[in-house]
Design a protein around this ligand. Structure first.
Ligand code: 4AD
Length: 429
């Protein structure tokens, strides 16, 4: 069996080939039928002539509909008129299924395409996104394996919140109540004691009632945790990681970017090191840019979109006020009203793709923060234990993979960056 990409290299010119695929377009003018066939690797025009084929086969080919599945045998020719430069002259065919009319035709409204996502995934645009997405996941893992990290897995059903109770999804768990995990961070923190440098890619769940272009209720969360390092070193690893992933996509996904009509010029500027700015300085700058932001305001999607217009590289925002973030962030010993944390805001209006920082590793500091935030110590006893037995400074991060795909592909919404988005209003298909 041959692939279309293999045929388009030109190496099989004038040779017999056999391909599997689906009808992308078809047109017939009586004695000659043109079938544009697609497989996972590309599309190619195939020409069937009535006087060169068995009559029954020709009739079947003539009556094919969009997305019918088939096997074609033929000879590869050069065809200067076709955009790919090659075509296949059909000598034989086997039809697996002739469709009724394919439901996706002219109506391409967002809601319709979401309803019919199980069929839309095979479109040229979606296939291009899926290929880039696959490469991003691959590049992320490669980066960390090359850096000597171990890949680990935490549970998805948990008994505690990491990021605060308001976005927890409750699930019945026999006679108890459990939650779907918001982050694997705490479990990664346990595993640095055996492996020192760990990462995971797993779903996280957030019951956020927001319907923005960047929120999903179930998203793919890539997280890392490293012993013996602080916030600064953590940021240096992350910027090299983002640089590496973006470069891999630029090197390997030009064809897909072209299908998505993604202007890659802004991506070419994404070279580490990235600028860093303390939260309080960012607020001052934002006020100078005319934004209505004051100290202690959280940055939402709109504010971040505005801020990123002033940067052509991703921006690290560091040292948030302690009140604005989760309890585990380590207060800056030089100024305990601020924490040693960072968010990474991606350019082009995208905004936060990473949240991370140094963790509190001193037992009394952690106990004090938990008390200040009214957290039930019994619910976090195993997490607190980590500070009792050989505790070490450590830092980590969480990267929203769907947000990264959304930004790198230059898509309208995060919903276009994942095959089956789960949002407040969508659990099907
Ligand atoms: O900033 P967050 O909430 O940080 C944590 O969960 C940490 N425990 C991670 C860690 O340090 N191991 O989430 C991290 C990232 C965000 O920057 C964002 O990219 C993504 O997860 N994210 C979402 N992506 C899609 N939809 C949502 N509702 C998201 N919420 C967070």
């Amino acid at each position: 069996m041959n692939s279309i990409a293999e045929i388009l290299t030109g190496n099989l010119l004038n040779q017999p080939v056999k391909i599997h695929g689906w009808v992308y377009r078809t047109r017939s003018s009586g004695k000659i039928t043109f079938i544009v066939l697609r497989d996972s690797t590309g599309i190619i025009q195939c020409t069937a002539k009535q006087d060169e084929l068995n009559g029954e086969i020709y009739d079947k080919l003539k009556n094919l509909t969009i997305e019918s599945s088939l096997e074609l045998t033929g000879i590869v020719y050069k065809d200067e008129r076709s955009s790919s430069g090659y075509e296949i002259k059909v000598t034989d065919a086997k039809i697996y299924q002739r469709n009724d009319s394919f439901p996706i035709t002219k109506d391409k409204s967002e809601e319709f395409l979401l309803d019919i996502r199980h069929l839309w995934v095979r479109s040229q645009e979606f296939t291009a996104m899926l290929k880039i997405r696959s490469n991003i996941f691959h590049a992320f893992s490669d980066f960390f394996y090359n850096e000597g990290f171990y890949e680990v897995q935490g549970p998805m059903m948990v008994s505690t919140a990491t990021e605060g109770g308001s976005t927890l999804f409750k699930v019945p768990f026999f006679d108890q109540e459990a939650f779907l995990t918001q982050s694997s961070q705490f479990y990664l923190e346990t595993m640095i004691f055996s492996l020192e440098k760990v990462f995971t890619i797993a779903p996280s769940f957030r019951a956020e009632k927001s319907r923005t272009r960047r929120h999903l209720t179930e998203y793919w969360h890539a997280e890392g945790e490293v012993a013996w390092i602080g916030n600064e070193e953590m940021m240096s690893i992350e910027e090299r990681m983002i640089d590496y992933i973006v470069q891999r996509c630029l090197d390997e996904n030009q064809k897909e970017f072209a299908i998505l009509k993604r202007d890659t010029a802004p991506l070419k500027l994404v070279k580490s090191p990235f600028p860093r700015m303390k939260y309080k300085d960012l607020i001052k700058n934002a006020q100078d840019w005319g934004m209505n932001l004051k100290y202690m305001d959280d940055l939402g999607a709109d504010e971040e979109r505005e801020i990123t217009k002033h940067f052509d590289k991703p921006l690290f925002v560091t040292h948030y006020p302690i009140e604005l973030k989760a309890f585990y962030h380590r207060p800056d010993p030089d100024n305990p009203s601020e924490i040693l944390c960072h968010d990474l805001l991606a350019p082009e209006g995208c905004g936060e793709i990473i949240g991370g920082g140094e963790r509190i590793w001193e037992l009394p500091v952690l106990q004090e923060r938990m008390k200040a935030m009214n957290l039930d110590p019994s619910a976090y006893s195993w997490y607190v234990d980590l500070r009792k037995y050989g505790s070490v400074p450590h830092s980590g991060f969480g990267l929203g993979m769907d947000r990264l795909v959304w930004w790198i592909c230059g898509l309208e919404s995060i919903r276009d960056a994942i095959p089956f988005p789960r949002t407040m209003r969508r659990i099907t298909p």
